[in-house]
Design a protein around this ligand. Sequence first.
Ligand SMILES: [Zn+2]
Length: 436
Amino acid sequence: MKTWIKNIDIITSDTSNMVIKNASILIHDDRIEQIIQSSDEGKDVQADRVVDGKGKLAIPGLINAHTHTPMTILRNVANDLALEEWLFENIFPLEAKFSAEDVYWGSMLGIAEMIQSGTTSFADMYYFVDQTAHAVEQSGIRANLSFSAYSFTFENGAPVFKDNTKGFEAFFSEYQGAFDHRLNVSVLIHSPYIYDMKTMTESAQVAKDLGSGIHIHLLETDTERKNTFEKYGESAAFACERAGVFDVPCIAAHCVHLNEEDMNVLKRHDVHIAHNPTSNLKLGSGIAKIPQMQSKNLNIALGTDGTASNNNLNMFEEMNLASLIHKGHQQNPLLVTAEEAFVMATHNGAKALGIGHQTGQIKEGYLADIVLLDVEKVHHVPYYNPVSSVVYAGQSSDVSFVMIHGKVVYEKGEFLTIDVEKTKSKVKEIVRRLGR
Ligand SMILES: [Zn+2]
């Protein structure tokens, strides 16, 4: 199958050649075969389908490097609370009532929201993970799903762990590289504040033994920093290093309360940072020192976190906030440029998910994960610099076409792989059952 997208402006997310105007993209099956830099040269292209890109802008699919997709079920349920009260008194008790099927429908709703807003890959952290895997299979999206080698429940406020390494091994062997390599699997370590040295060390060992990555929350709040320092006698970043968490490719979400030594630890192991500006602001967690981490050459990706703390999965908002908050916070408009924020949401996200050599850029030979934006909308006129227009003026509703792995999954407001009406009504049914 060959698809030819012609008459199109492209943001490649390759900083050596960021914008290509008036070009065409030839897609062969799941790959970008050729980028023809002038639309005239492409006149003889033979394709099964021709998409006219006039008035559109092609960008690499956005990559959400930290979320909890099934939490769409809890969207808007508890707001304006500090993380500890929000999580332990509101979120965990409701999540304990979820069935496997609930997680399937919550995942599907979240995936629909991501596709509709131009996200083509995501890194997830949840449970009943096989249900999210089925939703990934059916929807056509790309994902990295993390799965606990040590699951936990709470008794009298303290976590009780269950060795689930056999469960992880079974999940890994079934799903790693599944669905034509659209799915990868990582070890989930919730956080140094819930886990302890033993469960972190043993979880890290499972990742090392099987060759998987790790997805963890790290130093999200100041309270967490104080509590984990008491618990481990050192910073949580050092505790993770000692446990071997950073010996494999690792996504560390939040990293709001890192000091310089913590950043050096993360850089030593090339840990990927998932910056979640909306969630950090909404939960009053603080503002991560992103410019300082950038100066240390850490890989910064962007995430939405779950919909219970955001309250959406819209990566356009994360790009916009990531480019604004550091300028305001440090009174320096030169910080986090539009181009840097865009690269965080695309190329850096792909690197964090371990697929940076295959997606996150529009490049010959890369996977065809391509989003077209309608730049004829009034807020894009005139657009001079397409990257600034996307980051500072762009809206998720600009998304008019989404291709993942060479397959069109969303076009002109229609989902081609998801029954979105059924999905919405199933989630509403779950909410009624939860009694909220
Ligand atoms: Zn999270």
